[in-house]
Design a protein around this ligand. Structure first.
Ligand code: NAP
Length: 721
């Protein structure tokens, strides 16, 4: 197989380069059970493997890496991750085990028995691969693991589901390395430990003491703009700090993007057991990548549980915020549903508006002349029945990719206008429901769901971000790849597209991208997109659009594509942070004037001239290389809370980043991002880029590096007054 692709020696070399000689030695020559060939598996590591990376950040070390002393003590509440005790019969348990992730099960067995030998034998995961829940473990190995686990679980049940003492830090580290199929660097262990919460406690919960008096807190009203995942999280943390706060949200409830994007087929494409708050249970998801409505309900439940709703003003929009230098406070203008504007006083303003929330309609001639309904994917019109209609879908990025397969069978005809084909990789779990057996394990097996989360997080931890860097010694003049590894990824992704469209050379030609893989946001496919293109009532149009007319869409070849409905899946104004509100800082400067097309902030969070203003998901912090935005928000809100603590406990009026700190950070940012695949010249259109083709939207930092930087504010980087 390897020779067939002529890449054997090359793949070996790449694997050694990525994972180190020792780990490379563990890459077996047998076929990878998930992707079919050894070399494809190695190429897959481009986006999904692990590379020990040192943390350059200013963390507080392992001091906050606190281990629970017990996992199940009679005199204290049961650890929420210990699983609910059960009395199910042997057959039920055996049936459940057929559907679990065996690597995560083995870690659970260590907790359940107190015996580390579960992870020290020959039964072990083979490759840590994104979204491969069995980590390429051979079927016989899985079967043996299930057989052994069944006996242990029956004993545990018969003993009343009492757990032995919790594994200590060294054993937990060993379990991480077991699932990673490579030694996990000491430096990144605390990041994963913080996310795992094995002691059952919220590791980032705010616990301020007397250093911030009740009076100070009462005077420190905080306005949060937006109640998506990050605004809601901010509310939870502000409440823990005992600060008065108001969240202004323009829609009628929480959820942000997961409230706005109701288009058919909308679902998350980061594993649900990882794409959720680290401090909330995650065993309840019905699918491995849940749909929008389930996420929306999740955020509604969290809002209720943490009683954040009382501090929210829904159906209200921030139109302006102005810094008053004399008082050291913000005046925030809020427009209510009835159009009236009132002003709220705030000591601190936190922007949690998201970066992909302002729909971007294309600049196409005649767009306003279309006779039928026309709307953006993020403003889905539920009143329209698509059955029997001719639908034109303009745009086929992440949203369009989900939309078309979901409506194709309902509509009479679907014309998909795709300007640039998208790279995608196979994910067979993408539309999969969590089977009853796995759901049982998540409810009952100690810490199983936490280790399942780690299985999602680790390969997506952005540790191999170096693979996203353009290799200056690689010939990229054809614009197809940026490095040898990237060209192997190209072959892997291309192989998936070819395998689906081999019988349709016309579609294959239209669907194969001509830019480096991962240079735009990489999509995931379980066959639904490419199968959709082959349906008899679906047409993929790659010819440019000349204009829109009342009857439909006219392309550059003069063809009129008749349509009854147009849906614009054309993305968002990603470069326009905090748009369209007017934020005015020191000296009357507005954010829009200061930023122009180059929005920048220290760590993506704080901006010179804008005291006591902090951004979550601000400039340069979107992720194209791993983790999840909820993880990213937890890091940023952690930092912001530390900054507010510094402000209040220090008795200061205001804080802004120093020019030195800001310049040092932004020049490093500009230099890094310019070297990355996303900035490559071959990418003609991308929402990551501004109109000059430069990037100020996404992060070039390894996830652990940014985590380290955001563990606590560095007062030396700020000017206080
Ligand atoms: P997008 O990725 O920016 O895609 C927009 C699409 O519209 C592209 O196909 C683009 O073509 C096309 N387009 C834009 N302007 C056009 C024009 N003037 N003429 C013709 N075509 C035009 O937007 P999106 O699909 O809404 O996704 C945006 C981001 O939202 C994603 O990157 C992701 O971060 C997030 N998202 C996530 C999920 C998920 O988790 N499952 C789902 C949806 C969205 P070009 O490619 O040529 O620019």
């Amino acid at each position: 197989m390897v020779e067939e692709f002529g890449a054997h020696h090359r793949a070996d070399r790449v694997a050694s380069h990525i994972i180190g000689a020792g780990a490379a030695a563990t890459v077996a020559e047998e076929p990878c059970h998930w992707f079919g060939t050894t070399w494809l598996k190695q190429a897959a590591q481009h986006i999904a493997f692990i590379h020990p990376t040192s943390i350059a950040g200013r963390g507080t070390g392992a001091d906050r890496w606190i281990w629970g002393k017990t996992q199940d003590m009679a005199d204290s509440p049961r650890n929420p991750h210990a699983g609910a005790p059960f009395t199910d019969d042997d057959a039920t348990i055996a049936a459940a085990l057929e559907e679990v992730s065996v690597p995560a099960l083995l870690c659970s067995m260590v907790h359940l028995t107190g015996d580390p030998s579960w992870i020290r034998g020959d039964i072990r995961p083979q490759y840590a691969m994104l979204n491969d829940f069995q980590s390429s473990m051979p079927a016989e190995m899985q079967e043996e693991a299930r057989r052994l686990a069944l006996a242990a679980i029956i004993d545990y049940r018969d003993n009343g589901c009492e757990l032995p003492p919790a594994p200590g830090p060294d054993l937990i580290h060993e379990m991480m390395s077991f699932l990673a199929v490579a030694p996990v660097d000491d430096a990144v262990v605390p990041m994963f430990a913080e996310d795992l919460h094995l002691d059952g406690a919220d590791s980032r919960a705010i616990e301020w003491g007397d250093e911030v008096s009740a009076d100070m807190r009462a005077d420190a009203h905080v306005v949060v703009i937006g109640c998506g995942e990050s605004g809601l999280l901010t509310g939870i943390r502000l409440a823990q700090a005992g600060l008065p706060y108001t969240i202004i949200e323009k829609t009628d409830g929480p959820g942000g993007t997961w409230r706005d994007n109701r288009y058919p087929g909308a679902r998350v494409d980061v594993g649900s057991h990882f794409y959720c708050y680290s401090f909330e249970p995650s065993e309840h998801w019905s699918e491995y990548f849940v749909r929008q409505s389930e996420l929306r309900s999740y955020f509604e439940r969290v809002l209720e549980k943490y009683e954040v709703g009382a501090n929210c003003r829904f159906n209200a929009e921030v139109v302006a915020a102005t810094w008053n230098e004399a008082t050291g406070r913000w005046s925030v203008e809020v427009r209510g549903a009835d159009g009236s504007v009132d002003t709220i006083d705030a000591r601190v303003v936190i922007s949690a508006t998201g970066a992909l929330n302002a729909p971007k309609l294309p600049d196409i001639d005649g767009i306003e002349t279309f006779a039928g309904p026309a709307f953006h994917s993020a403003r889905w019109d539920d009143s329209i029945d698509l059955s029997g209609k001719r639908v034109a879908q303009i745009g086929a990025g992440a949203s369009g990719f989900q939309l078309a397969p979901a409506i194709a069978d309902e509509v009479e005809h679907l014309s998909i206008f795709q300007r640039t084909p998208q790279w995608m990789f196979p994910n067979m779990n993408y539309h999969r429901a969590v089977p009853e057996g796995d759901a049982w394990a998540m409810r009952h097996l100690p810490f199983y769901t936490r280790w399942f989360r780690f299985l999602m997080f680790y390969p997506a931890a952005g540790l191999s971000i170096e693979n996203s860097r353009v290799d200056p010694n690689f010939d990229d003049s054809d614009g197809m790849a940026i490095s040898e590894m990237n060209s192997m990824t190209r072959a892997w992704f291309g192989d998936w597209i070819t395998s689906q469209l081999a019988d349709r050379p016309d579609l294959l030609e239209l669907s194969m991208p001509h830019y480096p893989p991962t240079a735009k946001r990489t999509l995931q496919d379980n066959g639904s997109w490419l199968t959709c293109l082959k349906k008899p009532n679906v047409e993929l149009v790659r010819t440019g659009i000349t204009r829109i007319v009342p009857e439909g869409v006219v392309t550059d070849d003069g063809v009129l594509h008749e349509a009854d409905v147009i849906c614009f899946a054309t993305g968002f104004r990603h470069n326009d942070f905090l748009w369209p509100m007017t934020i005015t800082g020191r000296g009357g400067v507005t954010l829009r004037e200061q930023w122009g097309e180059e929005p920048e902030a220290l760590l993506g969070i704080s901006v010179p001239n804008f005291p006591n203003l902090f951004c979550v998901y601000g400039p340069g912090t979107n992720l194209a290389h791993g983790a999840s935005l909820i993880f990213q928000s937890e890091c940023q809100v952690n930092y912001i809370m530390s900054a507010i603590h510094e402000l209040l406990a220090g008795g200061h009026r205001s804080m802004v980043p120093t020019a030195e700190a800001f310049d040092a950070y932004t020049s490093r940012y500009r230099s890094e991002i310019a070297q990355m695949v996303w900035a490559h010249w071959s990418v003609k259109h991308s929402h990551f880029k501004n109109s000059d083709g430069r990037i100020f939207t996404i992060s070039p930092w390894p996830i652990p590096t940014y985590w380290g930087w955001t563990r606590a504010v560095d007062p030396a980087q700020y000017e206080f007054d």
